[in-house]
Design a protein around this ligand. Structure first.
Ligand code: MG
Length: 344
């Protein structure tokens, strides 16, 4: 990247360009700069959150900004997304009981107070679902046209017994890969909404806090790695997980749950449901012997009823995900150059 380059939408798309941008411009400055020996997971790990060891506990911290357009969509709104996004990032680090959530609101002058109150009500309801509270925050108003609508940043803090956090880099050959339910719902719903597709009304975002799903999984067996497949979808999450652990994976395409309406709309839009954001799903690595028990436990939760084993981790093909389509095999690569801005 040369220095006269400007930031483009692709820098925020979630795939390779984003990773390069974050590594070159941000991690190079801040990652592990202090050499803190109690920092178990730092910025350079590019995980879902940071982990600080503190006495006999590990403190998990995460933050996310939400800029979704439109503000409201089938299945949720920016408020629900802001709470779920942060609760879920804590959960996939192993912190399923959020200790504290922050809410930083940036609102454009001219925004309807009714609309804003609807979003805040939605945040409150999502907090109740996730069994957490917003305990501090900040509110700024910018002039009309200075930002577009509403931006919400949420940060979260959670605590786990020392060393019991789950990184996204923990896969080992032989582990089973499990997904907690159908993929692509959020991304395809948002894109269909924007394109003005007259759909049958059965497309709905999956946006939800899923800390209970993770809690059930962790109680049922040995989970080696977790990630919420948000920006960049299942394809990006799987590729990140195998790359970080220096392992490969073979995934059975026919085992990956995708709703019929999502698959059909994805086909019309020319978008693969594996490539777009989910906001209420988790990808797990699970020790093979525990896979059935973990899937059963996830299925016992409301939002995990369609959980499935989708593949397994391999020693060969390090850094790559091989997709078995039923007709042949190909690499499942990360969506590159696809510009799907403001989806989360
Ligand atoms: Mg995440």
């Amino acid at each position: 990247m040369s220095d006269d380059e400007t930031v483009t939408v692709a820098h925020g798309s979630g795939a390779g360009k984003t990773r390069e941008f974050i590594e070159d411009r941000i991690c190079s400055r801040f990652a592990d700069a202090g050499g803190d020996p109690d920092l178990a997971v730092g910025l350079g790990a590019l995980d879902d959150g940071a982990v600080h060891e503190l006495g006999d506990q590990s403190v998990v911290v995460t933050t996310d900004s939400h800029v979704v357009s439109p503000l409201s969509f089938p299945g949720g709104d920016i408020g629900r997304l802001a709470v779920a996004g942060t609760v879920n990032d804590l959960a996939v680090m192993g912190a399923t009981e959020p200790l504290s959530l922050t809410c930083s609101l940036v609102v454009e002058a001219g925004t309807s107070v009714d609309v804003l109150e609807g979003i805040l009500d939605s945040m409150q309801a999502a907090c109740e679902e996730a069994r957490c509270e917003i305990t501090t925050g900040d509110t700024k108003v910018m002039g009309s046209g200075e930002i577009d609508g509403i931006v919400i940043n949420t940060a979260g803090v959670g605590v786990v017994p020392r060393g019991e956090h789950v990184p996204d880099a923990g896969l080992s050959p032989g582990d089973k890969l499990v997904v907690s339910g159908p993929v692509g719902d959020h991304g395809i719903t948002l894109l269909a909404e924007r394109e003005g597709f007259d759909i049958d009304g059965d497309l709905t975002s999956d946006v939800a806090p899923i800390n209970d799903v993770v809690e059930a999984a962790l109680a049922a067996g040995s989970v080696t790695a977790m990630k919420d497949p948000t920006r960049g979808g299942l394809a990006t999450a799987l590729n990140e997980m195998v790359r970080k652990a220096d392992v490969g994976a073979t995934v059975d395409e026919t085992a990956i749950p995708v709703r019929e309406s999502v698959a059909a709309t994805g086909e019309l839009l020319g978008i693969d449901p594996f490539d777009v954001a989910n906001e209420g799903k988790v990808v797990f690595g699970v020790e093979a012997a525990d896979a059935d028990a973990v899937v059963e436990a996830i299925r016992s939760t409301e939002r995990g009823s369609e959980a499935a084993v989708i593949g397994e981790v391999t020693a060969d093909n390090a850094g790559r995900v091989v997709l078995d389509t039923g007709f042949g095999r190909r690499y499942l690569s990360e969506p590159e150059g696809q510009q799907l801005p403001r989806i989360c």
